[in-house]
Design a protein around this ligand. Sequence first.
Ligand code: IPM
Ligand code: MG
Length: 368
Amino acid sequence: MSNASLLILPGDGIGPEVMTEVRKVIDWYGARRGLTFDVSEDLVGGAAYDAHGTPLTDATMAKAQEVDAVLLGAVGGPKYDVLDFSVKPERGLLRLRKEMDLYANLRPAQCFDALADFSSLKADVVGGLDIMIIRELTSGVYFGEPRGIHTEGNERVGINTQRYTESEIARVARSAFELARKRGNKVCSMEKANVMESGVLWREVVTEVHAAEYPDVELSHMYADAGAMQLTRWPKQFDVIVTDNLFGDLLSDLAAMLTGSLGMLPSASLGAPMANGRPKALYEPVHGSAPDIAGTGKANPIACILSFAMALRYSFDQGDEATRLEEAVNSVLADGLRTADLLGQEGVAPVSTAEMGDAIVAKLDASL
Ligand code: IPM
Ligand code: MG
Protein backbone atom coordinates (compact mmCIF):
# COMPACT_ATOMS: atom_id res chain seq x y z
CA MET A 1 0.00 0.00 0.00
CA SER A 2 1.91 3.08 -1.15
CA ASN A 3 1.14 6.77 -0.80
CA ALA A 4 -2.23 6.30 0.83
CA SER A 5 -3.47 9.77 1.66
CA LEU A 6 -6.02 10.69 4.29
CA LEU A 7 -7.66 14.05 4.86
CA ILE A 8 -8.95 14.42 8.41
CA LEU A 9 -11.75 16.90 9.02
CA PRO A 10 -12.57 16.81 12.76
CA GLY A 11 -15.29 19.46 12.49
CA ASP A 12 -17.34 20.59 15.48
CA GLY A 13 -18.53 19.53 18.91
CA ILE A 14 -17.18 16.11 19.87
CA GLY A 15 -15.66 15.69 16.38
CA PRO A 16 -12.14 16.82 17.39
CA GLU A 17 -12.18 14.69 20.58
CA VAL A 18 -13.15 11.46 18.89
CA MET A 19 -10.73 12.18 16.03
CA THR A 20 -7.86 12.44 18.51
CA GLU A 21 -8.52 8.80 19.40
CA VAL A 22 -8.66 7.80 15.74
CA ARG A 23 -5.24 9.40 15.25
CA LYS A 24 -3.88 7.04 17.92
CA VAL A 25 -5.22 4.11 15.92
CA ILE A 26 -3.83 5.47 12.64
CA ASP A 27 -0.44 5.95 14.29
CA TRP A 28 -0.58 2.40 15.62
CA TYR A 29 -1.12 1.00 12.12
CA GLY A 30 1.85 3.03 10.88
CA ALA A 31 4.15 1.94 13.69
CA ARG A 32 3.10 -1.69 14.09
CA ARG A 33 1.65 -2.81 10.76
CA GLY A 34 3.60 -0.71 8.28
CA LEU A 35 0.43 0.91 7.00
CA THR A 36 1.54 4.49 6.72
CA PHE A 37 -0.74 7.25 5.63
CA ASP A 38 -0.02 10.76 4.44
CA VAL A 39 -2.34 12.49 6.88
CA SER A 40 -3.42 16.10 6.49
CA GLU A 41 -5.96 17.93 8.59
CA ASP A 42 -8.33 20.77 7.82
CA LEU A 43 -11.49 22.55 8.92
CA VAL A 44 -15.12 21.82 8.10
CA GLY A 45 -18.49 22.98 9.40
CA GLY A 46 -18.75 25.61 12.11
CA ALA A 47 -14.99 25.47 12.68
CA ALA A 48 -14.41 26.44 9.05
CA TYR A 49 -17.11 29.09 9.26
CA ASP A 50 -15.44 30.66 12.30
CA ALA A 51 -12.08 30.78 10.53
CA HIS A 52 -13.12 31.56 6.95
CA GLY A 53 -16.81 32.56 6.90
CA THR A 54 -17.73 29.41 4.96
CA PRO A 55 -18.37 25.84 6.18
CA LEU A 56 -15.98 24.46 3.53
CA THR A 57 -13.38 26.45 1.62
CA ASP A 58 -12.67 25.76 -2.05
CA ALA A 59 -9.14 24.79 -1.06
CA THR A 60 -10.39 22.14 1.37
CA MET A 61 -12.88 20.91 -1.22
CA ALA A 62 -10.06 20.56 -3.76
CA LYS A 63 -7.92 18.65 -1.25
CA ALA A 64 -10.83 16.29 -0.53
CA GLN A 65 -11.05 15.51 -4.25
CA GLU A 66 -7.37 14.56 -4.38
CA VAL A 67 -6.89 12.30 -1.37
CA ASP A 68 -7.62 8.58 -1.21
CA ALA A 69 -10.07 9.02 1.65
CA VAL A 70 -11.61 11.70 3.83
CA LEU A 71 -12.29 11.02 7.51
CA LEU A 72 -14.82 13.40 9.05
CA GLY A 73 -15.83 13.87 12.70
CA ALA A 74 -19.08 15.82 12.97
CA VAL A 75 -20.51 19.20 12.04
CA GLY A 76 -22.95 21.64 13.62
CA GLY A 77 -23.88 23.20 16.91
CA PRO A 78 -26.44 25.58 18.44
CA LYS A 79 -24.12 28.52 17.97
CA TYR A 80 -24.69 28.25 14.22
CA ASP A 81 -28.48 27.90 14.27
CA VAL A 82 -28.92 31.57 13.45
CA LEU A 83 -26.81 31.40 10.28
CA ASP A 84 -28.27 31.56 6.82
CA PHE A 85 -28.90 28.13 5.30
CA SER A 86 -26.16 28.63 2.71
CA VAL A 87 -23.40 28.84 5.33
CA LYS A 88 -24.71 26.46 8.00
CA PRO A 89 -22.13 23.84 9.10
CA GLU A 90 -24.21 21.06 7.49
CA ARG A 91 -23.73 22.67 4.07
CA GLY A 92 -20.03 21.85 4.30
CA LEU A 93 -20.80 18.16 4.67
CA LEU A 94 -23.47 18.24 1.97
CA ARG A 95 -21.04 19.96 -0.42
CA LEU A 96 -18.44 17.24 0.16
CA ARG A 97 -21.00 14.52 -0.51
CA LYS A 98 -22.35 16.25 -3.62
CA GLU A 99 -19.11 17.37 -5.27
CA MET A 100 -17.31 14.11 -4.57
CA ASP A 101 -20.46 12.40 -5.90
CA LEU A 102 -20.58 9.98 -2.96
CA TYR A 103 -23.82 8.36 -3.96
CA ALA A 104 -23.67 5.19 -1.85
CA ASN A 105 -23.77 5.67 1.91
CA LEU A 106 -23.12 2.43 3.78
CA ARG A 107 -24.50 2.43 7.30
CA PRO A 108 -24.04 -0.86 9.09
CA ALA A 109 -26.16 -1.59 12.13
CA GLN A 110 -24.35 -4.27 14.06
CA CYS A 111 -25.13 -5.27 17.60
CA PHE A 112 -22.04 -6.07 19.65
CA ASP A 113 -22.74 -9.05 21.88
CA ALA A 114 -21.69 -7.20 25.01
CA LEU A 115 -24.29 -4.53 24.29
CA ALA A 116 -27.33 -6.65 23.43
CA ASP A 117 -28.91 -5.70 26.76
CA PHE A 118 -28.38 -2.09 25.95
CA SER A 119 -30.93 -1.83 23.20
CA SER A 120 -34.43 -0.57 23.96
CA LEU A 121 -35.55 -3.80 22.26
CA LYS A 122 -35.32 -7.28 23.76
CA ALA A 123 -31.90 -8.89 23.62
CA ASP A 124 -33.12 -11.80 21.46
CA VAL A 125 -34.49 -9.36 18.89
CA VAL A 126 -31.17 -7.53 18.47
CA GLY A 127 -28.52 -10.05 19.59
CA GLY A 128 -26.24 -10.84 16.64
CA LEU A 129 -27.92 -8.23 14.47
CA ASP A 130 -25.88 -7.38 11.38
CA ILE A 131 -27.64 -5.35 8.71
CA MET A 132 -26.42 -2.79 6.22
CA ILE A 133 -28.43 0.21 5.12
CA ILE A 134 -27.38 1.71 1.82
CA ARG A 135 -28.68 5.22 1.61
CA GLU A 136 -28.60 7.19 -1.65
CA LEU A 137 -26.65 10.29 -0.68
CA THR A 138 -26.36 12.79 -3.50
CA SER A 139 -29.87 13.32 -4.80
CA GLY A 140 -33.52 13.21 -3.80
CA VAL A 141 -35.18 15.82 -1.64
CA TYR A 142 -31.86 16.95 -0.14
CA PHE A 143 -30.76 18.45 -3.45
CA GLY A 144 -33.81 18.61 -5.75
CA GLU A 145 -34.88 21.88 -7.37
CA PRO A 146 -36.97 23.94 -6.99
CA ARG A 147 -36.37 24.56 -3.32
CA GLY A 148 -36.71 27.50 -1.01
CA ILE A 149 -39.17 29.62 0.89
CA HIS A 150 -41.15 32.21 -1.04
CA THR A 151 -44.32 34.18 -0.64
CA GLU A 152 -47.57 33.28 -2.39
CA GLY A 153 -50.30 35.85 -1.84
CA ASN A 154 -50.17 36.70 1.82
CA GLU A 155 -48.36 33.66 3.13
CA ARG A 156 -44.99 31.94 2.87
CA VAL A 157 -44.53 28.59 1.19
CA GLY A 158 -41.65 26.16 1.83
CA ILE A 159 -40.65 23.93 -1.07
CA ASN A 160 -38.36 20.97 -1.53
CA THR A 161 -38.35 18.60 -4.45
CA GLN A 162 -37.91 14.84 -4.47
CA ARG A 163 -36.24 14.03 -7.78
CA TYR A 164 -34.46 10.89 -8.94
CA THR A 165 -33.13 9.97 -12.36
CA GLU A 166 -33.00 6.36 -13.54
CA SER A 167 -29.21 6.35 -13.51
CA GLU A 168 -29.07 7.66 -9.96
CA ILE A 169 -31.35 4.84 -8.82
CA ALA A 170 -29.56 2.18 -10.88
CA ARG A 171 -26.07 2.96 -9.56
CA VAL A 172 -27.02 2.81 -5.89
CA ALA A 173 -29.04 -0.35 -6.56
CA ARG A 174 -25.89 -1.92 -8.05
CA SER A 175 -23.94 -0.96 -4.92
CA ALA A 176 -26.56 -2.73 -2.82
CA PHE A 177 -26.59 -5.90 -4.93
CA GLU A 178 -22.79 -6.04 -5.07
CA LEU A 179 -22.54 -5.74 -1.31
CA ALA A 180 -25.33 -8.26 -0.71
CA ARG A 181 -23.36 -10.84 -2.70
CA LYS A 182 -20.56 -10.53 -0.12
CA ARG A 183 -23.00 -10.87 2.79
CA GLY A 184 -26.37 -12.59 3.12
CA ASN A 185 -27.30 -12.16 -0.58
CA LYS A 186 -30.60 -10.38 0.22
CA VAL A 187 -31.68 -6.84 -0.68
CA CYS A 188 -34.83 -5.09 0.49
CA SER A 189 -35.59 -1.86 -1.37
CA MET A 190 -37.68 0.76 0.45
CA GLU A 191 -39.65 3.70 -0.99
CA LYS A 192 -43.20 5.04 -0.98
CA ALA A 193 -44.38 3.85 -4.38
CA ASN A 194 -47.94 4.01 -3.04
CA VAL A 195 -47.87 7.82 -2.92
CA MET A 196 -44.79 9.08 -4.79
CA GLU A 197 -43.96 8.87 -8.50
CA SER A 198 -40.27 8.95 -7.62
CA GLY A 199 -40.98 5.85 -5.54
CA VAL A 200 -42.72 4.12 -8.48
CA LEU A 201 -39.68 4.79 -10.65
CA TRP A 202 -37.35 3.68 -7.83
CA ARG A 203 -39.12 0.31 -7.59
CA GLU A 204 -39.16 -0.17 -11.37
CA VAL A 205 -35.47 0.60 -11.82
CA VAL A 206 -34.35 -1.56 -8.89
CA THR A 207 -36.44 -4.41 -10.33
CA GLU A 208 -34.91 -3.95 -13.81
CA VAL A 209 -31.31 -3.84 -12.54
CA HIS A 210 -31.99 -6.94 -10.48
CA ALA A 211 -33.47 -8.93 -13.37
CA ALA A 212 -30.74 -7.92 -15.81
CA GLU A 213 -27.64 -8.14 -13.63
CA TYR A 214 -28.27 -9.73 -10.22
CA PRO A 215 -30.94 -12.44 -10.54
CA ASP A 216 -28.96 -14.55 -8.02
CA VAL A 217 -29.63 -12.03 -5.22
CA GLU A 218 -32.93 -12.25 -3.35
CA LEU A 219 -34.85 -8.96 -3.81
CA SER A 220 -37.89 -7.70 -1.93
CA HIS A 221 -39.64 -4.32 -1.77
CA MET A 222 -41.27 -2.55 1.15
CA TYR A 223 -42.93 0.78 1.69
CA ALA A 224 -40.57 2.79 3.86
CA ASP A 225 -43.08 3.26 6.69
CA ALA A 226 -43.69 -0.49 6.84
CA GLY A 227 -39.93 -0.91 6.68
CA ALA A 228 -39.55 1.22 9.81
CA MET A 229 -42.12 -0.95 11.53
CA GLN A 230 -40.41 -4.19 10.46
CA LEU A 231 -37.04 -2.85 11.56
CA THR A 232 -38.32 -2.52 15.09
CA ARG A 233 -40.40 -5.72 15.03
CA TRP A 234 -37.83 -8.19 13.70
CA PRO A 235 -34.72 -6.49 12.30
CA LYS A 236 -32.89 -9.76 11.65
CA GLN A 237 -35.15 -10.42 8.64
CA PHE A 238 -32.98 -7.90 6.74
CA ASP A 239 -29.54 -8.17 5.22
CA VAL A 240 -29.04 -5.14 2.94
CA ILE A 241 -31.61 -2.35 2.75
CA VAL A 242 -31.37 0.15 -0.11
CA THR A 243 -33.33 3.37 0.06
CA ASP A 244 -33.33 7.04 -0.91
CA ASN A 245 -31.63 9.95 0.78
CA LEU A 246 -34.37 11.08 3.17
CA PHE A 247 -35.79 7.66 4.06
CA GLY A 248 -32.22 6.49 4.52
CA ASP A 249 -31.53 9.33 6.93
CA LEU A 250 -34.50 8.30 9.07
CA LEU A 251 -34.18 4.53 8.81
CA SER A 252 -30.47 4.58 9.58
CA ASP A 253 -31.02 6.48 12.83
CA LEU A 254 -33.69 3.98 13.74
CA ALA A 255 -31.47 1.02 12.87
CA ALA A 256 -28.60 2.59 14.76
CA MET A 257 -30.59 2.82 17.95
CA LEU A 258 -31.48 -0.87 17.72
CA THR A 259 -27.87 -1.49 18.57
CA GLY A 260 -28.00 0.48 21.79
CA SER A 261 -26.14 3.66 21.04
CA LEU A 262 -25.58 6.01 18.17
CA GLY A 263 -22.07 6.31 19.53
CA MET A 264 -21.18 2.92 18.04
CA LEU A 265 -22.00 3.26 14.39
CA PRO A 266 -19.68 4.13 11.54
CA SER A 267 -20.47 4.93 7.92
CA ALA A 268 -18.80 4.98 4.55
CA SER A 269 -19.86 7.20 1.68
CA LEU A 270 -18.55 5.90 -1.62
CA GLY A 271 -18.51 7.19 -5.18
CA ALA A 272 -17.08 6.10 -8.50
CA PRO A 273 -13.57 4.63 -8.74
CA MET A 274 -10.71 7.11 -9.12
CA ALA A 275 -7.78 6.67 -11.52
CA ASN A 276 -5.97 4.49 -8.92
CA GLY A 277 -8.97 2.16 -8.68
CA ARG A 278 -9.97 3.28 -5.20
CA PRO A 279 -13.47 4.69 -4.84
CA LYS A 280 -13.98 8.32 -3.95
CA ALA A 281 -14.64 7.97 -0.24
CA LEU A 282 -15.60 9.76 2.94
CA TYR A 283 -15.90 8.02 6.30
CA GLU A 284 -17.77 9.46 9.25
CA PRO A 285 -19.58 8.35 12.40
CA VAL A 286 -23.37 8.35 12.16
CA HIS A 287 -23.65 10.38 15.36
CA GLY A 288 -23.64 14.16 15.27
CA SER A 289 -21.56 16.80 17.02
CA ALA A 290 -23.28 16.31 20.43
CA PRO A 291 -22.56 19.90 21.56
CA ASP A 292 -24.07 19.15 25.00
CA ILE A 293 -21.17 16.86 25.92
CA ALA A 294 -18.40 18.41 23.81
CA GLY A 295 -15.23 18.97 25.80
CA THR A 296 -16.29 16.84 28.76
CA GLY A 297 -14.47 13.62 27.85
CA LYS A 298 -17.79 11.78 27.69
CA ALA A 299 -17.92 11.18 23.95
CA ASN A 300 -17.68 7.64 22.65
CA PRO A 301 -14.88 7.41 20.05
CA ILE A 302 -15.94 3.96 18.82
CA ALA A 303 -18.12 5.09 15.89
CA CYS A 304 -15.29 7.21 14.53
CA ILE A 305 -12.71 4.46 15.10
CA LEU A 306 -14.97 1.96 13.33
CA SER A 307 -15.30 4.46 10.47
CA PHE A 308 -11.55 4.19 10.07
CA ALA A 309 -11.98 0.40 10.04
CA MET A 310 -14.39 0.86 7.13
CA ALA A 311 -11.73 2.98 5.38
CA LEU A 312 -9.23 0.14 5.80
CA ARG A 313 -11.74 -2.25 4.24
CA TYR A 314 -13.32 -0.21 1.45
CA SER A 315 -10.54 2.20 0.42
CA PHE A 316 -7.34 0.41 1.26
CA ASP A 317 -8.17 -3.25 0.68
CA GLN A 318 -7.12 -4.15 4.20
CA GLY A 319 -10.08 -6.27 5.22
CA ASP A 320 -8.04 -8.33 7.69
CA GLU A 321 -6.74 -5.22 9.43
CA ALA A 322 -10.28 -3.82 9.54
CA THR A 323 -11.40 -7.03 11.23
CA ARG A 324 -8.51 -6.74 13.69
CA LEU A 325 -9.73 -3.27 14.68
CA GLU A 326 -13.36 -4.37 14.96
CA GLU A 327 -12.29 -7.25 17.17
CA ALA A 328 -10.30 -4.89 19.37
CA VAL A 329 -13.47 -2.84 19.87
CA ASN A 330 -15.49 -5.96 20.56
CA SER A 331 -12.94 -7.04 23.10
CA VAL A 332 -12.88 -3.79 25.13
CA LEU A 333 -16.66 -3.93 25.27
CA ALA A 334 -16.54 -7.53 26.41
CA ASP A 335 -14.17 -6.42 29.18
CA GLY A 336 -16.93 -4.11 30.39
CA LEU A 337 -15.42 -0.78 29.39
CA ARG A 338 -18.16 1.76 28.78
CA THR A 339 -18.20 5.41 27.84
CA ALA A 340 -20.96 7.47 29.43
CA ASP A 341 -23.43 6.90 26.56
CA LEU A 342 -23.30 3.15 27.24
CA LEU A 343 -23.94 3.26 30.95
CA GLY A 344 -27.07 1.65 32.21
CA GLN A 345 -25.87 -0.20 35.27
CA GLU A 346 -25.48 1.74 38.45
CA GLY A 347 -22.15 1.63 40.15
CA VAL A 348 -20.18 1.17 36.93
CA ALA A 349 -17.90 4.12 36.36
CA PRO A 350 -17.61 5.32 32.78
CA VAL A 351 -14.26 5.59 31.03
CA SER A 352 -13.34 8.79 29.24
CA THR A 353 -13.01 9.27 25.49
CA ALA A 354 -9.22 9.04 25.78
CA GLU A 355 -9.30 5.98 28.03
CA MET A 356 -11.52 4.18 25.52
CA GLY A 357 -9.11 5.06 22.70
CA ASP A 358 -6.11 3.88 24.72
CA ALA A 359 -7.86 0.63 25.63
CA ILE A 360 -8.59 -0.11 21.97
CA VAL A 361 -4.95 0.56 21.04
CA ALA A 362 -3.86 -1.78 23.87
CA LYS A 363 -6.10 -4.49 22.38
CA LEU A 364 -4.50 -3.91 18.99
CA ASP A 365 -1.10 -4.44 20.63
CA ALA A 366 -2.38 -7.62 22.24
CA SER A 367 -3.58 -8.91 18.87
CA LEU A 368 -0.04 -9.17 17.46
C1 IPM B 1 -26.67 12.32 8.64
C2 IPM B 1 -27.00 13.66 9.19
C3 IPM B 1 -26.92 14.67 8.06
C4 IPM B 1 -28.00 14.33 7.07
C5 IPM B 1 -26.98 16.14 8.48
C6 IPM B 1 -25.93 16.48 9.51
C7 IPM B 1 -26.86 17.05 7.28
O1 IPM B 1 -28.23 13.63 9.82
O2 IPM B 1 -25.56 12.16 8.08
O3 IPM B 1 -27.47 11.40 8.78
O4 IPM B 1 -29.18 14.71 7.23
O5 IPM B 1 -27.69 13.66 6.09
MG1 MG C 1 -29.09 11.66 9.96
